[in-house]
Design a protein around this ligand. Structure first.
Ligand code: SF4
Length: 413
C-alpha cells in the first residue's frame, strides 16, 4: 500500500472531487459510519440506491488524513474497495492503492426532535461541524433570477428530508442543543440559507436564531458559528447579528468580474455587486479581521456570456480566480472557493474541470491566504477545522502552505 505525503493527499482529494469515485458493489461498509445525505446539493448526476458513506478520510489515522466528500461517479477511475480487511482507494489508471477510513456516525444519529429524526433538521459535516439550512427556498427562483449554477430549490423539492421549505428558529436551536449535548466532538456550527421574503427579513431571521442560540447553547464551548446569507438592505442589521451567537459571516459574491456576475447571478445583481462588497466591508468593522468571508464558484469564472460549458478554459479560470483572491485579500475579506458541481438541475450543465489546474489554483490560494496574515497564526484552518470541509479544498491548501512555511522540506509538492 502506498503511503502519502500531504501534497499527494491533496492531489487525490482534487481528483476525488473532480472525477468522483465509485464503490465496489460487493463491499460491505462498517455498520457505524456516517452515511451520505443531501445537505444542500446532491453533488452527483447519478442516483445510487445503496447507502454509501458521506466522506472518506484519505491517509491513515494519526498522519493528518484529509477529509473528502464522495461524489459518486460510476465511470470514475477511482474505486473504493476492501482488501485484506483494509479499506482503500484504488487508482485504476495507475494501479495504485491508498489507505482510507470512514467518519463514524455522530452520537446524535438516532436522536429525535418532535417526532422527526434530528438529522432532518441538522447535518453532521466532517468531524466537528454541524450545519443547518433554515430555508431551502430562495425568492430568486420565483422570478427566474436564481444564480445559474444553483440547484438548491430543485434538489430540495426532489430529495431533502425535512418536509417544509423553512424551519422554525426555535426548532433549529433545540435541534442544535440536542446535537451538542450528545456529540462532544462538535465545535462549530454553520447556518446557510437561501433568501426568504426579503434581504432584511432573512437577516432578521438569522438575528432571531443567533439570539436564541445564546440562551440554548450557553453551556457549550462552540468555537466558530457562521452565518451564510446575502447582506441586508439595512446594514445596521449586520451590527445586530454580530451581537448574537454568530461570530463569523459569509456573503457570497460567487463571480468576481462584475459583467460576468450580472450574467451568472441576476438576482444578486439586482441587489448590487458593489452593495455586496460594501456589506462585506461593513461586516469587517463589526465581526473583525479573519471573521468575514465571501465565496466564489471555481469553474464558472471563465465561461462565456452564454454560460456554455465548452467555454470553460482552465488557464483563464485560474487567472480570473486568482484575481478574485487578490482583490478580496486586498479588502481583508477571506475569499473561499467552492468547486462547481452539477447534479442535473441547473441551467449550465456539466463542466469537466481540469484536475491539474484545480490543484494548482488551490495551492496558490493557500499560499496567498497564508501570506496575507488574515487567518490567526494559531489556526490550522481558514474556516472551522481541518477535518470539516470535505467538499472543497481551501482548508487543506491553507494547511499545506502553513506547514511548508514552517518546514519547507516536510511537504513533497
Ligand atoms: S442566492 Fe443564489 S446560490 Fe443562494 S440559494 Fe439563492 S439562487 Fe441559490
Amino acid at each position: 500500500m502506498n503511503s502519502l505525503s500531504f501534497a499527494e493527499k491533496l492531489w487525490l482529494k482534487c481528483r476525488l472531487l473532480v472525477e468522483g469515485c465509485h464503490l465496489d458493489p460487493e463491499m460491505i461498509f462498517p455498520s457505524n459510519i456516517h452515511h451520505k445525505k443531501i445537505h444542500l446539493y446532491a453533488h452527483s448526476q447519478e442516483k445510487i440506491s445503496r447507502v454509501i458513506p458521506e466522506d472518506i478520510l484519505i491517509g491513515i489515522e494519526n498522519d493528518n488524513p484529509l477529509i473528502c466528500r464522495i461524489r459518486y461517479c460510476s465511470q470514475s477511475n477511482l474505486l473504493i474497495k476492501k482488501e485484506d480487511n483494509h479499506y482503500l482507494l484504488y487508482d485504476l489508471t495507475e494501479q495504485k492503492k491508498y489507505p482510507i477510513t470512514f467518519v463514524s456516525l455522530p452520537q446524535f444519529a438516532s436522536c429525535q426532535i418532535k417526532g422527526q429524526p434530528l438529522h432532518s433538521i441538522c447535518s453532521y459535516l466532517g468531524l466537528d461541524l454541524i450545519g443547518v439550512i433554515p430555508s431551502n427556498y430562495c425568492f430568486y427562483f420565483n422570478h427566474n433570477q436564481q444564480c445559474r449554477f444553483c440547484e438548491i430549490l430543485p434538489n430540495y423539492k426532489n430529495q431533502v428530508e425535512y418536509p417544509k421549505a423553512i424551519k422554525d428558529s426555535h426548532l433549529i436551536c433545540e435541534a442544535l442543543h440536542i446535537a451538542l449535548q450528545n456529540e462532544p466532538k462538535l465545535q462549530h456550527i454553520a447556518i446557510t440559507t437561501g433568501n426568504i421574503k426579503s434581504y432584511d427579513y432573512t437577516f432578521e431571521y438569522f438575528i432571531k436564531i443567533g439570539q436564541e442560540l445564546k440562551n440554548f447553547l450557553s453551556p457549550y464551548v462552540v468555537k466558530h458559528v457562521l452565518a451564510t446569507l446575502m447582506p441586508p438592505d439595512n446594514f445596521s442589521l449586520i451590527d445586530q447579528l454580530s451581537q448574537t451567537y454568530f461570530n463569523k459571516v459569509y456573503f457570497p459574491v460567487e463571480v468576481y468580474e462584475e459583467a460576468h456576475f450580472k450574467v451568472v447571478c441576476p438576482g444578486k445583481a439586482s441587489y448590487g455587486y458593489n452593495k455586496i462588497l460594501q456589506g462585506l466591508d461593513y461586516a469587517l468593522q463589526t465581526f473583525g479581521l479573519g471573521h468575514v468571508y465571501t465565496n466564489f464558484v471555481y469553474g464558472i469564472q471563465s465561461l462565456d456570456s452564454d454560460l456554455n460549458p465548452a467555454s470553460y478554459c482552465p488557464k483563464k479560470e485560474n487567472e480570473k480566480a486568482l484575481q478574485a483572491v487578490e482583490g478580496m485579500l486586498a479588502r481583508q475579506i477571506i475569499p473561499a472557493f467552492t468547486l462547481y458541481h452539477y447534479s442535473g438541475y441547473n441551467k449550465i450543465g456539466a463542466i469537466p474541470l481540469s484536475v491539474e489546474d484545480v490543484y494548482e489554483f488551490f495551492k496558490q490560494w493557500g499560499e496567498l491566504v497564508f501570506a496575507s496574515g488574515i487567518v490567526p497564526l494559531d489556526e490550522d484552518a481558514v474556516l472551522f477545522s481541518p477535518l470539516t470541509l470535505s467538499n472543497t479544498l481551501f482548508n487543506d491548501a491553507f494547511l499545506m502552505a502553513k506547514t511548508r512555511s514552517r518546514c519547507p522540506l516536510s511537504i513533497n509538492s
